[in-house]
Every structure is written in structure tokens, then in C-alpha cells.
Write a protein of this length. Structure first.
Length: 248
């Protein structure tokens, strides 16, 4: 018996990194998982790799039409969402003095607006016992050079969960933040390249009490905890899966 038998799950940003690893784990635990992302080729690859019990829906979380189409597909096929992992996210490396309006708008659009409307549009399909997980970050609670805008979006995510836990009072729907530290994904690899190569990884390892970068599967294990009834008493919380990075 799996921990998520017969659960219907939506994971945005499910074709790569943390989202893909979580999709793989949730399917192994008995769920049917919808994965989303903008890149069709990555979605097809992810679906093939997961094998069964996965449905890929191409879409951009900043597009209202794409989100409507996603949840209409879920409603038609399954009629409900038990677990929503609002995980799609991205950031740009730009120090103060070099912050561009384009990067600011895109980062807030994907990380904040995308999360808000993903959750809001999923809500009519959710009921008592459902779990919403938002992807935060250690950097939402820390200062990180050249990463202030991304960090500010993740600080916003933290407050969304606090406020939504109150908005959801009485519904039996829970909302929590999962905040990874440095995790070895294509996303972090891209940030490392933009920040000048492997020195970023070395710096992150030095900064982390665990002395290493996390694997996406380790974040997926914590997502499983927040998705399952093992965390039934938790809402409005932030769980760090960060090797201690933001704890010391
Ligand atoms: P990743 O491998 O780059 O995955 C990011 C995912 O988000 C991809 O599936 C991407 O798919 C999707 N995405 C990006 N923009 C999107 C948009 N506009 N609409 C729909 N999907 C979009 O990076 P990751 O590290 O796994 O990141 C996952 C989450 O963890 C993000 O919220 C990130 O901020 C957070 N996080 C990561 C780390 C880390 O060290 N890796 C640490 C803390 C927090 P498409 O490109 O196909 O759209």
C-alpha cells in the first residue's frame, strides 16, 4: 500500500528537478499525477520516464488561460485535486544596481502570480483533507547576493501560506511551504552558470551544515510528508529541507 493511493495530484513545474522527482515519488506511492511545464519535449521525456499514472499538460503558470485549461482537464478526467504542489519557479542573478525590469516582472509573474492563481483555480476542485504545498526557499528567510528579487518572491510565498491557512479555516484544506536549500537540479545548475561556474556550488556547500548539496529525491521525501496525512495537523507552516542552511 502506498501513502498516496488513489490520490489526484497536480505538480506545476513537474518536468524537471524537484517537481519531476516528486512526481516520480508520488506515482510510486499510488497517486495519479498531473505534471505541467512550458516545454513540451521535457514533459514528454518526464512522462516516458515516470511510465504510468502520469498526465502531462503543457502550460505556463503566468497564463490564466493555460491554468483554466489545466484544471478543466483535471476536472473532466478525475473531478478533484487532492494534492497541489505549486512548484514552478525561476530566478535571475542580478545584483542591486543591475536589476532589470524584465527579470523583475518575470520572476514575480512566475513565482508569485503563478502560485496565487494556480492555487486559486485549483481550489474549486479541492475539499476536506486536501493538501496544498508551495515551494519556498531558504533564501526567502536569508540574504543572498545578487538574488534579491527571487528571494523577495519566496518571502512572499511564506506569507501567502500564513494568510491562506486563515482563509481556508473550516475547509479542512491545508497549505504549507516546502523550502529547499541548495538542491542539484537543472534550475540550480542554470543559476550557477549565470553566477560564474562551480564557485557557486562550492560556496553553497561551505555554507551548509550538512556539507553538501541536496538531491531532488530528498526534497520529494519531504513533499511526500506534507502531501500525506502524516502531516494532517500542519497548516500555515514552513518546512525546511535545507541541510541546515537557513537554521544556523
Ligand atoms: P528546475 O529544474 O529549473 O525546474 C523548474 C520547473 O518550473 C520546470 O519544470 C519548469 O518547466 C517550470 N517552470 C518555470 N517557469 C514556468 C512557467 N512560467 N510556467 C510553468 N512552469 C514553469 O528547477 P528546480 O530547482 O527543480 O526548481 C523547482 C522549485 O524549487 C522552484 O520554485 C525553485 O524556485 C525552488 N527552489 C529550488 C532550489 C534549488 O536549489 N534547486 C532551492 C530552493 C527553491 P518549463 O521550463 O518547461 O516551463
Amino acid at each position: 500500500m502506498g501513502k498516496l493511493d488513489n490520490k489526484v495530484v497536480v505538480i506545476t513545474g513537474g518536468n524537471s528537478g524537484i517537481g519531476l522527482s516528486t512526481a516520480r515519488r508520488f506515482v510510486a506511492e499510488g497517486a495519479h499525477v498531473y505534471i505541467t511545464g512550458r516545454r513540451k519535449a521535457e514533459l514528454d521525456k518526464a512522462s516516458a520516464e515516470i511510465g504510468g499514472n502520469v498526465t502531462a499538460v503543457q502550460g505556463d503558470v503566468t497564463s490564466s488561460e493555460d491554468l483554466d485549461r489545466l484544471f478543466e482537464i483535471v476536472r473532466t478526467q478525475h473531478g478533484r485535486v487532492d494534492i497541489l504542489f505549486a512548484n514552478a519557479g525561476a530566478g535571475h542573478v542580478e545584483p542591486l544596481g543591475h536589476i532589470t525590469e524584465a527579470a523583475f516582472d518575470q520572476t514575480f509573474a512566475v513565482n508569485v502570480k503563478g502560485t496565487v492563481f494556480t492555487v486559486q483555480k485549483a481550489l474549486p476542485l479541492m475539499s476536506e483533507g486536501a493538501s496544498i504545498i508551495l515551494t519556498g526557499s531558504t533564501t526567502g528567510s536569508m540574504g543572498t547576493p545578487a538574488f534579491s528579487i527571487y528571494s523577495a518572491t519566496k518571502a512572499a510565498i511564506r506569507n501567502l501560506a500564513r494568510s491562506w491557512a486563515l482563509d481556508l479555516k473550516g475547509t479542512g484544506i491545508r497549505v504549507n511551504v516546502l523550502s529547499p536549500g541548495a538542491t542539484d537540479t537543472p534550475g540550480l545548475q542554470g543559476v550557477a552558470e549565470a553566477a560564474g561556474g562551480t564557485t557557486l556550488y562550492d560556496g553553497l556547500v561551505a555554507q551548509t551544515p550538512a556539507g553538501r548539496i541536496a538531491e531532488p529525491a530528498e526534497i520529494a521525501s519531504v513533499a511526500l510528508f506534507l502531501a500525506s496525512d502524516d502531516s494532517a495537523v500542519m497548516t500555515g507552516s514552513e518546512v525546511f529541507a535545507d541541510g541546515g542552511m537557513a537554521q544556523v
